[in-house]
Design a protein around this ligand. Structure first.
Ligand code: PMP
Length: 393
């Protein structure tokens, strides 16, 4: 057992205590079979049930339509950056018989890294915009209005359009899918939801691929969830290695070749089944809580509480992100007087409010308020933020 943590770290992140207690038990003796869940074959009936349950529960939580498949691959979001680039370019080739560039909407360091990986792999790719270029401070912290960049997409051919729904380091989140990417049959929308999956309702039918590393909202590090349109899998399968060679597109390594993984129900090679079981326990926990709509209401309440505490002391705190794209998961702020930084951290930690130090590339502070953070923990942080400003102004 443990005291309920108040850990605001960006990830790996705090998980529901109830989930961890069940997982700990199942690690030793799963369903009274006399073995732990990590000690049995990934093709046993128990393991297959864990895979099927996780898929079923995620399908329920996100209303995933029949047009889409779900699968899991070892490795984090970074494995997603490379596997998306090669699989999706291959799919475009399978669909059209030609190649086209991938388009990246860059709003922070994770979408930037995804773009760099596509380029490194010699996947033809383009930046549609980099929000640093149009930002008043020349930093990540805004999303340019769609009218400024939609012409770069409309009427042009792209193998896919990629963006990161929530930039974990910079605290920049897309509120909604840009209009020019909605209901577009000829554009495959690909999104990184590593740090905001299951935090709010989305319309999965609009996405070609959703990718999310597990270690923030849904579990332990080690697995990445993919939700993919079945037609994309079909188009990848049509392409031969010779054809890829002819077009200069890298062949996807077998362990991340999406159709192979799906054909084998995510057990083509040894899936870390304990990690997946923890993820399924998180899914079940969320279903019991009332699903994504209930979680979304909680997240709105938590983020509103923190931002309003910070906004109430504008001379003391600096919020680098524009209001229309403030993240509801990662609240980034700095002190106007950085000499107080270490005092802020020390006093927070004396109140058992931990994990608040900002990313090394941004500095300042970041409060990550993923699904598992209680409203009470966030209210405690909001109160500390206000008290600290009042005492030190
Ligand atoms: N995408 C996002 C949005 C992230 O926050 C992270 C890291 N936390 C990654 C990708 C990379 O994930 P990993 O370290 O698991 O490769």
């Amino acid at each position: 057992d443990r005291e309920e943590p108040q850990h605001f770290g960006a990830g790996p992140a705090q998980l529901p205590t109830k989930v961890l207690q069940q997982a700990a038990k199942d690690l030793v003796n799963f369903n009274e079979i006399g073995l732990g869940i990590g000690e049995i074959s990934h093709r046993s009936k128990e393991a297959t049930k864990v895979i099927d349950d996780a898929k079923l529960h995620l399908r329920q939580l996100m209303n995933i339509p029949d047009t889409h498949d779900i699968f899991f691959i070892q490795g984090g979001g970074t494995t997603g950056f490379s596997s998306i680039a090669t699989n999706l370019e291959t799919a475009y080739l399978g669909k059209t018989g030609e190649i086209a560039p991938a388009g990246y909407l860059v709003t922070g360091s994770w979408s930037q890294k995804a773009f760099e990986e596509a380029e490194r792999l010699h996947i033809p790719s383009k930046i549609i915009f980099n929000s640093k270029d149009s930002d008043k401070n020349g930093k990540y912290g805004s999303i340019p209005d769609e009218s400024l960049w939609e012409d770069k997409i409309k009427g042009h051919k792209f193998s896919y359009i990629y963006f990161c729904e929530n930039e974990t380091v910079h605290g920049v989140e897309w509120n909604s899918l840009p209009e020019c990417l909605q209901n577009q049959d000829d554009i495959e929308v690909v999104a990184d939801l590593s740090s905001d999956i299951l935090s709010r309702e989305i319309d999965v039918s609009q996405y070609g691929v959703i990718m999310a590393g597990a270690q923030k909202n849904i579990g332990l590090a080690g697995l990445t969830v993919y939700i993919i349109k079945k037609s994309i899998l079909h188009n990848i399968s049509k392409v031969s290695d010779d054809q890829l060679f002819e077009f200069g597109i890298p062949i996807t390594p077998i362990a991340t070749h999406y159709p192979t993984i799906v054909k084998n129900n995510s057990a083509y090679n040894t899936i870390p089944i304990f990690t997946l079981h923890v993820m399924d326990l998180v899914f079940q926990h969320l279903l019991e809580k009332g699903g994504v709509p209930a979680q979304q209401r909680e997240n709105e309440q938590k983020s509103a509480s923190l931002y309003s505490a910070l906004d109430s002391h504008p001379d003391f705190y600096n919020l680098p992100v524009d209001k229309n794209c403030r993240s509801k998961m990662n609240v980034v702020f700095t002190l106007k007087n950085p000499e107080l930084d270490s005092k802020f951290l020390e006093e927070a930690s004396a109140l058992k409010l931990t994990g608040l130090k900002g990313h090394r590339s941004v500095g300042g502070f970041r409060a990550s308020i993923y699904n598992a953070l209680s409203i009470e923990a966030v209210e405690n942080l909001s109160k500390f933020i206000k008290d600290f400003a009042e005492k030190n102004a």
